[in-house]
Write a protein of this length. Structure first.
Length: 411
């Protein structure tokens, strides 16, 4: 009996080993087959990613970019328009910009309703986080800094940059309030490298200015639920166009509305409102100065160029324009400096960097010359200050001080 059981157990063990070997072989074969399939898919993907012998786009531009540029004649630039009266030209040119900005956001029905979310005292000024209704569709988170003392004060609409970094917006310009979480605090501190460790907004507030800074669409608390992804910005901007909305235009419309809110604050002298920013914030600043009569003076650090230099194959950079400063059809009528000239004869400061790879120096110099010709034509060239510094794409402490001195002079 015992002998029979031992024989049976031995046979069972042998069978189990055989089955285990068979299973191991099957698993190995399956793994090899899956690896082979993955290799085949990878090879197929590489094959699809390889350029065709004939193509129409290179890098981020059409191969006929130079031909497009050659046909730009900018018929609505001041010097080309044939309009004799400068005030009439400004009105016509501004309306053309608004036409190309497509549908505006509907204004709030009951004015700019505001909710104070948090407030804290800082050295010489009060900091608030607010939520402001700038449209019937949405409310916008913003920071406001108010100096101590008896107002009314001059004010600055401080416009944040792009930087392909969407997790924070207003927090790039003003030190985050204590109500923000640790990740926002940390991110804001790390982003200060481009500003040499100084929060531009706090610096202005310490020097007696009310400062307003709001998130632009897609930045900070106006971003994606799924988290900030730069590669989704263009997809969302394209989808917004399906609604008849230009995302860049709505950024500018919000900047105009934010300035109107600023002018209504009891602490603000509405006759002394300026705007400034770096990079995309600089673009936003001169656009705002051109399109809003509320702006008295504007300062832009590292954003001015002509399209023929920005959108050409002359340079090795891989990023040219983009949805963040794209207004459909506008290039048929005016270039960037022509739009900025709508602000003439306002005081305007432009600082660009000789080492700035985003804005080629020849394009910057052409743009500066165009603007000076217009300010000179209106006997206002003393109000236009254009400077090329030996700096990269940045807004360090020296640049912030230059902007502050400019506002002290004109606000």
């Amino acid at each position: 009996m015992c002998s029979t059981f031992r024989t049976f157990a031995a046979n069972e063990l042998q069978e189990m080993k055989r089955k285990a070997i068979v299973i191991a072989i099957i698993m190995l074969l399956c793994s090899s087959f899956a690896t082979a399939q993955e290799r085949e898919r990878s090879n197929s993907t590489r094959s699809l990613q390889k350029g065709r012998a004939k193509y129409e786009f290179q890098r981020n531009l059409p191969v006929y970019a130079d031909s497009l540029i050659a046909h730009f004649d900018y018929p609505l630039a001041w010097e080309n328009s044939g309009i004799k009266k400068f005030a009439k030209w400004k009105k016509v040119a501004r309306q053309k910009v608004f036409d190309c900005m497509l549908m505006p956001p509907p204004p709030p029905a009951d004015g700019y309703q505001t909710k104070v979310l948090y407030e804290e005292q800082r050295d010489g000024y009060k900091a608030r986080k607010i939520e402001i209704r700038l449209s019937q569709y949405y409310t916008v988170p913003a920071y406001v800094l108010i100096p101590e003392g008896k107002g009314q004060f001059p004010a600055i609409n401080l416009l944040h940059d792009h930087g392909a970094h969407l997790y924070i917006g207003k927090e790039k310009m003003i030190r985050p309030l204590a109500c923000e979480d640790a990740e926002v605090m940390k991110d804001a501190e790390e982003w200060l490298a481009g500003y040499e460790g100084q929060f531009f907004g706090d610096y202005l507030a310490q020097n007696g200015y009310v400062v307003f800074s709001a998130d632009a669409p897609m930045w900070g608390e106006r971003g994606q639920k799924e988290g900030p992804r730069r590669d989704r910005y263009d997809m969302i901007a394209g989808n917004m166009m399906m609604y008849g909305i230009d995302l860049s235009a709505w950024m500018t419309y919000d900047d105009i509305a934010g300035t109107e809110f600023l002018a209504q604050m009891p602490e603000v002298d509405a006759s002394r409102i300026g705007c400034t920013g770096w990079s995309m914030g600089a673009y936003r600043a001169w656009m705002l100065a051109a399109l809003s009569d509320r702006i008295t003076a504007s300062a832009s650090v590292c954003w001015m160029v002509t399209t023929d230099e920005q959108m050409s194959f002359k340079y090795s950079r891989t990023e040219n324009g983009g949805f963040a400063n794209c207004l459909p059809g506008l290039r048929r009528w005016m270039d960037y400096p022509h739009i900025a000239c709508i602000a003439c004869p306002k005081p305007m400061l432009f600082i660009n960097g000789k080492q700035d790879k985003l804005f080629p120096v020849p394009g910057v110099q052409k743009a500066f010359a165009i603007m000076h010709n217009v300010w000179q034509s209106q006997n206002a060239d003393a109000n236009l200050e254009t400077e090329l510094w030996d700096i990269p794409h940045s807004c360090g402490i020296k640049a912030q001080k230059r902007v502050l001195d400019f506002f002290k002079k004109h606000l």
